[in-house]
Design a protein around this ligand. Structure first.
Ligand code: SAM
Length: 375
């Protein structure tokens, strides 16, 4: 039987009359991170800390987050071993460092330098809120970081402070410039729009990004906030984002192969105020990550490891696999590899968070917030 939800396709020795795919991994599969639905994970998201210096309203409560004790967090050496297995034995082809806020980890430069020394060709990117990035960008580049995504939801201090609960807009803007100057590009910007807070700022954010030749990506707000304040009505959907931008820009879907990328990309032209027509020149591109309204699970290539070394095959996984505990118990690489493959094999077909799933038993909000998983 061929189960095809995206590419590549895994041929399983089964047919429909045999019922659902087995939850235990059949013997004899290749050494890759394969799941029951024919997907292969090649993109690893690695959280290096659960701590953060912002308190974005869609992610964390104002107070009361319980941080992991230091000894629970993977050391640089443990990270090196786990990433090494992913890359050298299981087909991981790109690594994204995330958190929490990766920049608050004191040995971040060392972590990256260690990974770079072992994997000279591996693309290593980082998602960061940009606070303090101007001061560390050069060292990170020198250590071997390839590029960064910076999260920025507003260009207005008041709105930024309302969303992040910290008055750090200037620091983030300095961080973006520092990353560009250090050659950590192409720098991409991630923005989450919140109804009645920063949604009307969408065209201004795009204008700002286009002027700097930066790719902006809008992310639909997902139900991954620690305080469980997400509502379907509150979320600004991808169609709404396109409509907000259309007041000033004409967007044309980029028809090139998406290649597992979460963002759907659009070419941007200016809308002529009088005629409403598109101006001739393409000014740049904008991405929209429609995880909720137009999910892309069938093409997902991600595997995640949390700061305390738990493998999650999906942001919405209810089941976690403790690779760090196994490693600390003295396991051989083969055992760690098999645990990771088992975790991947059990990856759910979809997160159940589309409109059909929300509010039904298909969708259960996970216990972890985005910051505790690693977005
Ligand atoms: N601290 C870093 C940062 O701010 O980029 C990395 C971690 S943060 C959890 C990664 C990304 O997740 C950010 O772009 C953030 O905006 C996004 N994010 C957090 N909570 C989210 C949610 N509930 N829905 C959608 N995106 C979210």
């Amino acid at each position: 039987m061929t189960i095809q939800l995206g590419i590549p396709v895994l041929r399983l020795a089964r047919n429909n009359s045999q019922g659902p795919a087995p939850t235990s991994r059949p013997a004899g599969l290749p050494s890759k991170l394969l799941d029951r639905f024919g997907r292969q994970a090649t993109d690893m998201r690695l959280s290096v800390t659960d701590k953060c210096n912002l308190r974005c309203t869609y992610c964390m409560p104002a107070d009361g987050m319980q941080w992991l004790p230091k000894e629970a967090v993977m050391t640089a050496g443990e990270i090196e071993r786990i990433v090494g297995i992913g890359v050298e034995r299981l087909g991981v082809r790109e690594l994204r460092i995330t958190g929490g806020e990766p920049l608050v980890r004191p040995d971040l430069v060392e972590v990256i330098a260690t990974l770079r020394a072992r994997h000279p060709e591996l693309p290593i990117s980082m998602t960061t809120n940009g606070v303090g990035l101007d001061k560390k960008a050069e060292a990170l580049k020198e250590a071997g970081l390839t590029r960064v995504n910076v999260s920025l939801d507003s260009l207005h201090e008041e709105v930024f402070s309302q969303l992040t609960r910290r008055p750090f807009l200037g620091k983030v803007l300095a961080g973006v410039e520092g990353a560009r100057a250090a050659g950590l590009g192409p720098v991409k910007i991630n923005a989450v729009l919140m109804r009645g807070v920063n949604d009307q700022e969408a065209p201004e954010l795009l204008e700002w990004a286009l002027q700097r030749d930066i790719e902006l990506r809008f992310i639909e707000q997902m139900p991954l906030d620690a305080q469980r304040g997400w509502t379907e009505h509150g979320m600004i959907t991808a169609p709404e984002i396109r409509a907000l931008l259309s007041a000033e820009f004409v967007l044309e879907r980029d028809r090139r192969q998406r290649d597992g990328a979460p963002a759907e990309r659009f070419e941007v032209r200016r809308r002529h105020a009088a005629t409403g027509e598109a101006s001739g020149t393409v000014l740049g591109t904008v991405g929209i990550i429609a995880s909720v309204s137009e999910p892309f699970c069938s093409d997902c290539r991600r595997t995640r490891v949390t700061a305390e070394g738990k493998i999650m095959s999906c942001l919405f996984s209810r089941e976690e696999f403790d690779i760090l505990a196994l490693l600390r118990a003295g396991a051989e690489d083969d055992e760690l590899m098999h645990l990771w493959q088992d975790a991947m094999w059990k990856k759910p077909r979809a997160h159940g968070m589309d409109h059909a799933g929300l509010g039904t038993e298909d969708f259960v909000q996970p216990d972890r917030s985005m910051s505790a998983i690693g977005g």
